[in-house]
Design a protein around this ligand. Structure first.
Ligand code: HEM
Length: 545
């Protein structure tokens, strides 16, 4: 079934609607319940609908707010939890049993509607690419065509479309290229990023060791360590975890990130013209953005004063030099505003993603002690008890490296792929996608596709090993996305995950606190999804830890 997309079938749109989007399979029509107030409203709804799609995936019963569905839309799926478990707020699991967690997303919708389908927000189409073939075709084969970023009203107000994540066109291309080249340069040399991560891993081990095996919540120490890696890259120095400036910065980033997907955020996206004039719900979020940006500006001024005295040491130094080099170039987008926004982007994109993955990793190894033991043995055999563990070392520990990939697949932290916008007309999987259409690559659908993974709902490092136990770098692993907007921090993140985890698992055995028999394995819903807060005991394994 196809939908015309001209708005006539709902009669709800006030502004002009996009041209026809042909979908070869079923089309879900979403009729919004609130009055429709023009195209800006439609665009704002996209965020709401993405959230609804995510939440609906987790709801066993039809959600009336999702709008009318096809009769077979809620058909049961073999990957769903048994009906006896339905309707619980959060699933809990016996800690003593292996945690065969339910996926965060299931391929239900794609089973019903195919690998490319459209959801309508009034007259605004939202094209979903579901499953590996569709996501790959969209992101890789049509990389340039789908390189645009959806900038919703809230993010437009906050970022002014500067920086890298929420910019488009020439600004995005220039800033992105600069970020990639500079991250590469900063990865080199004795003070390179690998050493910074090793230093942070050492500090993290010491923090855990100070708990003496008593229960601790690992989220703050992990977030601090991961954020300190970005601090070292961007500002050229790390912070002690009780530094006031650092704590203020961390708090501001957390506030900004958790605001994404919240009720007031969605309200702003839905009715920006109204919410712009109501400041109180946004005071905290806009205040947090100001804290990060002013901090970035303050550091930039400090760097500017010292620039002549050093070779470039960090991201800000390189950026200031680039600004100077291109000051007479009329096409240059290197300026203070783009620099401040790039700094903020690196923190926002590079802190929680890696921290959340590490938090899932510790939770998973605690609930799969056999896998934890196997990793520890491999690490010990390869590195002994004191050898410095570098990223090169991954080649000697294929099981561990496979387990890290599996952690990312199994506890996919993305609620969906980041929405892209087509920058030109084109065809994806035989469907015409006009310029300006929002396209969501459904990455979780790839993570849990039973056609791709032997046991998609089980934590199983063998998914990334061949029959000889060698690591297999599978192209279906799309956690960092792909194509023109593939995560530029991918190599850094992989290095972080490897170095932090190997150092932690060499030093400690992680256990749930005594008496804890259940752990919540559901993610906290949001744009990126961490586990719920939990406590662990880090039991020292080595005499020097
Ligand atoms: C486990 C860790 C990480 C994961 C899973 C992850 C994943 C992603 C994903 C899925 C995207 C969206 C790409 C798209 O639009 O399709 C992205 C974008 C981005 N990531 Fe990461 N990321 C991680 C760590 C990092 C780190 C450490 C950095 C920084 C140093 C970083 C910087 C960025 C930036 C700047 C973008 C925006 C790229 C653009 O719009 O062109 N990420 N990341």
């Amino acid at each position: 079934m196809t939908s015309s997309g001209d708005g006539s079938d709902g009669g709800l749109g006030l502004g002009p609607c996009p041209r026809q989007v042909v979908t070869p399979v079923h089309t879900v029509r979403i009729i919004t319940r609130m009055p429709l107030l023009g195209r800006r409203w439609c665009v704002g709804q996209i965020t709401i609908i993405i959230t609804q799609v995510v939440q609906r995936r987790r709801q066993p019963e039809p959600d009336p707010s999702f709008g009318p569905c096809q009769p077979n839309q809620m058909s049961s799926d073999p990957t769903e939890r048994p009906s006896s478990e339905r309707g619980r707020c959060a699933s809990t699991q016996q800690a003593s049993e292996p945690m065969e967690s339910e996926p965060m997303a299931d391929p239900m919708t794609a089973k019903t509607y195919g690998s490319i389908f459209t959801i309508w927000a009034g007259c605004q189409p939202l094209v979903i690419l579901s499953g590996f073939e569709a996501v790959k075709e969209g992101l890789v084969k049509h990389s340039e065509m789908l390189s645009g970023r959806l900038v919703t009203p809230f993010y437009k107000a906050v970022t002014k479309e500067k920086g890298i994540i929420f910019s488009n066109g020439h600004t995005w291309k220039q800033q992105r290229k600069f970020v990639i080249v500079t991250l590469r340069k900063l990865g080199l040399g004795k003070k390179g990023v690998e050493n910074q991560i090793q230093e942070e891993a050492k500090q993290l081990v010491e923090t855990f060791a100070r708990a003496n095996g008593q229960p601790i919540d690992p989220s703050l120490p992990i977030t601090n360590s991961v954020s300190n890696v970005i601090c070292a890259l961007v500002f050229g120095h790390r912070y002690s975890v009780d530094d006031e400036d650092f704590l203020k910065l961390m708090k501001a980033i957390e506030t900004g990130v958790t605001f994404g997907g919240s009720f007031f955020h969605l309200l702003y996206e839905g009715i920006p013209w109204l919410m712009k004039h109501i400041s109180w719900p946004y005071k905290k979020a806009f205040g947090a953005v100001d804290v990060v940006l002013s901090y970035a500006r303050k550091e930039t001024e400090k760097h500017r004063r010292q620039l002549a005295e050093h070779d470039p040491r960090d991201f800000i130094d390189y950026y200031l030099l680039q600004m100077e080099k291109s000051k007479n170039d009329p096409t240059s987008t290197y300026d203070d505003e783009n620099l401040a926004q790039c700094i903020s982007d690196l923190f926002i994109a590079g802190s929680d993603t890696s921290s959340y993955t590490l938090l899932w990793a510790l939770l998973l190894v605690m609930t799969h002690p056999d896998i934890q033991e196997k990793i520890q043995k491999e690490i010990e055999d390869a590195f002994g008890s004191s050898q410095l563990i570098g990223y090169q070392g991954r080649k000697n520990v294929p099981y561990t490296f496979a387990a890290i990939h599996e952690i990312q697949r199994f506890k996919c932290i993305l609620s969906a792929g980041n929405p892209r916008v087509s920058v030109q007309d084109g065809n994806v999987l035989g469907s015409f996608i006009p310029k300006g259409t929002t396209v969501v690559p459904d990455i979780p659908s790839v993570c849990y596709d039973p056609k791709l993974w032997e046991t998609p709902q089980k934590f199983n490092p063998n998914h990334f090993l061949d029959k000889n136990g060698h690591f297999v770098d599978r192209e279906e692993f799309l956690l960092f996305s792909a194509g023109a907007r593939v995560c530029p921090g991918k190599e850094l993140a992989k290095m972080e995950l490897f170095i932090f985890l190997t150092n932690l698992l060499r030093a400690f055995t992680f256990k749930l606190p005594e008496g804890v028999t259940e752990v919540n394995t559901e993610p906290v819903l949001g744009l990126t999804m961490p586990p719920h807060h939990y406590k662990l005991c880090a039991i020292p394994r080595l005499s020097n830890s």
